[in-house]
Design a protein around this ligand. Sequence first.
Ligand code: SF4
Ligand SMILES: [Zn+2]
Length: 366
Amino acid sequence: MNDKNFFLENYNDIVEKINSIKQNALKRKVNYREEQLNRPISFWTKKERLRDKIGKEFTIILRSKGCSWALSKYGGCSMCGYYLDATTKNVSTSQLISQFDYAFNDKINEIKQDSYNYILKIFNSGSFLDENEIPKEARNYIYEKISMVEKIKEVVIESRLEYITSEKLREIREIFNKKYLEIAIGLESVDDYIRNNFINKGVLFKDFKSALNKCKELDIGVKVYLLFKPLFLNEQAAIDDCSYSIKTLIDLGVNSISINPTNIQKGTLAEHLWFQNRYRPPWYYSLFKCIKKSVSQEDLKSIRLLSDPSGAGTKRGIHNCLKKECEISAKERLRNFVLSQNLNELEQKEYECVCKKKYQLQKNYI
Ligand code: SF4
Ligand SMILES: [Zn+2]
């Protein structure tokens, strides 16, 4: 059997498995009531690293029809359970606008009166630039409203590569002529094999590079999400994959990298393997090791390295031994590093826990 056949055979298996897990999970999904379609999934403000100093984020997660990749016959990514948040029915433009307004009106006074500057992150558990998820009219309404808020200095939207066109980028660039813009792209790894066979992302690195160039031409920044420890990698392999990805992206001149340690979301292949003890979310020790070996303080003058792990310190998220002191110590060191972008924060004395020995013995096997 040659490599190509081996790759295809396994690829079909993974898609079939993802789809069968999804079909089961969808049977238990409750449909949203009409009034829920006029409210976002969630929104919040909290401290965040802006480009040059500490500020705050205002994040809004809109409830949309769902990610087109997850709705396609390819089933979506192996760790992603966002499809359970989506409506799977169409959400009208006016409902999307009501969702945005609900969050915006709730927070706008707080933002205007705050001494911090803000970064607005607007997400929809899919692609903001996908016409089927967020129609142009809704996008433009949102852009116009944000553009009028002085305190919001940076804006980030997320999109899969296939929806990033020069035309759509130009639209945003024109409206936000005074704000710093970033398009966040879930590349997960620079390795095509890992990304497409283990994560089932359906994205090629060469297409990422072409989207990056389109953004650069219009002076729009690019933020890349890297998945830390995709399924089927052990701790050491995860460190190597993520470290190589970070170095490659720095050389390419991306503006921000956000490392997302895999967390176990409901209704995913990740959850299926985790239930069978065939996958463990990463250890904090691995993440720190990876960051320290991949970036220098000099690199951090031109790139922002972020990580705000979901489910951190719990068995479904990145964790060490789950002992309270051990988790809190790791969580704080990561948070302080992200806010300050100072690598010394990762060198701060850690809580000396017996689990480190266990980790070192196991990191090539789990
Ligand atoms: S990770 Fe992103 S691209 Fe993949 S299925 Fe989820 S929302 Fe879609
Ligand atoms: Zn511990």
